[in-house]
Design a protein around this ligand. Structure first.
Ligand code: BGP
Length: 484
């Protein structure tokens, strides 16, 4: 039976642009996420420079948390949440990103949420930037490639640390910062410019013929520096602040015992779990970065002051999302699978969800063991869960046994990792209340314990309905993970 430590932070996670809606209310500015359409298989996500009438932009409505926050926090409280991971929309606080003064109405919105959390004994875990940035910064500065954006972010982060001092103790600087390494994530994670009408897989941040990787890695470097400065400020404002990195982590297996396959899998795991981890935990780029930069003709603008900032702004804990594992091979023997517009090799030993993501609880234990083995600092799993189509029965019940089974397996794997010696301090399942998908923009790709009545056809009144998993997770938390 899994043994979780006392005080383990059980909870769930959401992100502003996928959940809040109210995209242009109370002084909020336009964010990069607000320019992304999507919604179902016939309408894959793409960027539009001018908002098109009669087109669905998932962030504009989300799950309408902006107007349902009291009800939603009440549901989290009923489940016994110890923590709630949410992000702050930068554009509610600084509508353009480079504004001189913050928007008081935006600050007030989150303050009442944190105060309610405090009443409920729920520790907020705040992501300062989750897959969005003020659109103005992308237009006027070219986004995160430009060093000036570092200063705007640090000013924003400092405003939050001061405003919410005593109410918030756990912070993450950038969601899945390593997504900047892939073309798919670079617009979302890095807020680099896309061409009008371009899909999310299109080149970002460069004029035709430019070095796309150069743009991505310079933006990533600038985010590292911004994150490290924010960590130092956060600690200075309140020494009780615990500030973490957030990385899309996982494990890639070699398809065969060919040494080349193992080498390729190792390199892939290094790039995914350790590239950003080393910079943010150890305060310096890993040794393997140099060869990667050389081979890809990437020449970064890294100053001595940057190196010092990185060394001084290391994080207190390593947090990550884990959904799935992958397979690497140097041959064409594998069967191809597709997830998030990226071709991968199919693992014959695992089952896949409806979006082509392998379900692999043991992969979570392996990931935890390896990351802890490298860094020896507290870990937190801040996203995990099963995206699935849910069915509302005639009597209104939603029997999501498949979701319960997925989570049971992953929680048991965390228990095993703790028994392996890993210092795991918390677990927040993704999309604890249904919200729009980041990858597809769909409302029908659901993760929640609470159903939100809104679908891919943009029908539904946003009413909330607990699923079977709601009562199950409540029991898990009450038993501190003993009763799965
Ligand atoms: C992560 C993101 C989240 C979330 C999740 C699930 O990469 O941090 O924002 O959405 O993936 O992905 P999707 O929404 O595409 O199912």
């Amino acid at each position: 039976m899994a043994q979780f430590p006392d005080g383990f932070l059980w909870g769930g996670a959401t992100a502003a642009n996928q959940y809040e809606g109210a995209w242009n209310v109370d002084g909020k500015g336009v964010s990069t996420a607000d320019m992304l359409t999507g919604g179902d298989v016939d309408h894959p996500r793409h960027f539009t420079k001018t908002l098109e009438p009669n087109t669905y932009y998932p962030s504009h409505t989300g799950s309408d948390f902006y107007h349902h926050w009291e009800e939603d926090l009440d549901y989290l409280h009923q489940m016994g949440f110890k923590t709630y991971r949410l992000s702050i929309a930068w554009t509610r606080i600084f509508p353009n990103g480079d504004d001189a003064e913050p928007n008081r109405k935006g600050l007030a919105f989150y303050k009442k949420i944190f105060e309610r959390c405090q009443e409920y004994g729920i520790e907020p875990l705040v992501t300062i930037s989750h897959y969005e940035a003020p659109y103005h910064l992308t237009e006027a500065y070219g986004g995160w490639q430009d060093r000036r954006v570092i200063g705007f972010f640090v000013n924003y982060a400092q405003t939050l640390f001061r405003e919410y001092r005593g109410l918030v103790h756990y912070w993450l600087t950038f969601n899945e910062i390593n997504m900047l390494q892939s073309p798919f994530g670079a617009y979302m994670a890095g807020a680099l410019p896309l061409a009008d009408g371009a899909p999310l897989s299109a080149p970002v941040g460069v004029q035709a013929g430019g070095n796309q990787l150069q743009a991505q890695y310079q933006a990533l470097h600038n985010q590292f520096v911004a994150s490290a400065q924010a960590v130092q400020i956060g600690h200075a404002v309140d020494p009780d602040n615990m500030i973490g990195c957030m990385i899309a982590a996982g494990v890639d297996y070699p398809l065969t015992a060919k040494p080349e396959d193992t080498f390729k899998a190792d390199m892939s795991n290094n790039m995914r779990n350790y590239f950003c981890g080393d910079v943010q935990v150890r305060g310096e780029y890993p040794a393997f970065a140099k060869r990667f930069f050389d081979e890809n003709n990437i020449q970064l603008d890294i100053t001595d002051a940057d190196r010092q900032t990185l060394a001084l702004g290391t994080v207190d804990f390593y947090s990550f999302s884990y959904y799935s594992s992958g397979v690497q091979t140097t041959t064409n023997e594998g069967e191809a699978a597709e997830a998030n517009q990226t071709k991968t090799n199919k693992n014959p030993y695992l089952k896949y969800n409806d979006w082509g993501w392998a379900m692999d609880p043991l992969g979570l234990r392996i990931t935890l063991d390896r990351i802890y083995g490298r860094y020896n600092i507290p870990l937190m799993v801040v996203e995990n869960g099963l995206g699935a189509f849910d069915k509302v029965e005639a009597d209104g019940s939603i029997n999501d046994d498949y979701r319960i089974a997925y989570l049971q397996g992953h929680i048991a794997a965390m228990g095993d990792a703790i028994a392996d010696g890993v210092d795991l301090i918390g677990y927040t399942t993704w999309g604890c209340i249904d919200l729009a998908s980041a990858g597809t923009g769909q409302m029908d790709k659901r993760y929640g314990f609470v159903y939100v009545n809104r679908n891919d056809k943009q029908e539904g009144d946003y009413s909330r309905h607990p699923k079977k998993s709601f009562y199950w997770y409540k029991k898990v938390i009450a038993s501190n993970g003993a009763d799965l």
